[in-house]
Write a protein of this length. Structure first.
Length: 343
């Protein structure tokens, strides 16, 4: 089987050298070239035709976002953004990048190893991803067509995803309002990214209150809560309603936060009042938890293959019997609202 051909673009020679060493430690990956700026990168793309590119944001002559805007229309290449600046990372996703990784602060050999494993995993996912035209699913507000759902008391919505889900989630949340049941979300994002993501999502979806999760927080109608990076989020219920806990822990289903952890907690406390959706992403995280929600009487939706950036997590959930209905991304909110009205 041919190796995944990677181009590394970063203005730091040390980063280029480090990334190359980490990636080539995996026998399925070959670094075919490195570049110090956008102009060198463009020449390398034309000459070597890489399968995947890692891209720094802050570079001389032309930054990574400007480069992406020029690149994607001409060369629809899967790009993984590597940045220490979260807000710029989201700009890069809007410009057409398929994934992102936070530049590491290396404190030990073990932390470097963990980062390397994460980078290798993201490259392997990226090579399978569809390069969606910039802006197609990024913070797109869709006009609401449904009426206020009846009897939303004790109902809760849970959403999980990974690669591509940061761009997919706004398509759903833009259709929520102050009468929508509380919504809890786990997307595989690095620590330090989730609060900025929540702020940005709220700015584009004024109908709801979006915030980063905090332990002990009660989630109410019209709220969307995003799990913190590197912390598992669980949902519980008492006489005051649904509340969440956030805690550090080992990876579950390969991730922290884990969609499975969140879904399984929702299944336990909400039973038939749970409405869950699994979105684009690589791997199997969420499939077991989604099945638990369905088996406890909840309603489950899987994003369909056509609208997924990576049809991995929804596929595993669907083939495992966890999905009640598959739907296009732009239809998922309507599917949930229609089921709320039925019940």
């Amino acid at each position: 089987m041919s190796k995944i051909r990677v181009l590394i673009v970063d203005d730091s020679p040390l980063i280029r050298q480090t990334f190359q060493k980490l990636l080539e430690a995996d026998e399925s990956i070959e670094v075919i070239a490195t570049a110090g700026d956008a102009y060198e990168a463009r020449d390398a793309i034309v000459k070597y035709k890489p399968d995947v590119m890692t891209l720094d944001i802050e570079m001389p002559r032309m930054n990574g976002i400007q480069f992406l805007k020029k690149l994607i229309p001409q060369f629809p290449l899967p790009v993984i953004v590597c940045s220490s600046l979260p807000i710029n990372t989201f700009d890069a996703l809007e410009a057409g990048a398929v994934d992102y990784v936070r530049k590491p602060v290396i404190t030990s050999t073990e932390s470097l190893k963990r980062f390397g494993e994460d980078l290798v995993s993201r490259v392997k996912v990226a090579v399978t991803a569809k390069v969606i035209k910039a802006g197609k699913y990024v913070f797109q507000v869709k006009e609401r067509k449904h009426e206020k759902p009846i009897n939303v008391e004790d109902k809760i919505i849970a959403i999980g995803g990974s690669t591509g889900a940061t761009e997919a989630l706004p398509v759903i949340v833009s259709q929520f309002d102050e009468n929508t049941p509380p919504c809890v979300v786990v997307i595989h994002m690095p620590e330090g990214f989730t609060n900025l993501y929540a702020q940005r999502l709220e700015a584009s979806c004024p109908g709801v209150k979006v915030m980063e999760a905090k332990s002990g927080m009660y989630v109410k109608k019209g709220m969307v809560v995003i799990a913190q990076g590197n912390k598992h989020m669980k949902v519980f219920k008492d006489s005051n309603g649904y509340f969440i806990t956030c805690s550090s822990g080992k990876r579950v289903s390969g991730h922290c936060p884990s969609v499975d952890v969140m879904f399984e907690s929702v299944a336990g406390c909400a039973k038939g009042n749970a409405y869950a959706a699994i979105l684009t992403g690589m791997g199997s995280d969420g499939a077991r938890g989604l099945l638990s929600i369905r088996n406890n009487g909840g309603f489950t939706v899987g994003q369909d293959e056509e609208s997924c950036l990576v049809y991995g997590m929804p596929k595993v959930a669907f083939t495992g019997g966890a999905v009640c209905v598959q739907a296009k991304l732009e239809d998922i909110a309507d599917v949930i609202y229609n089921k709320l009205r039925e019940r």
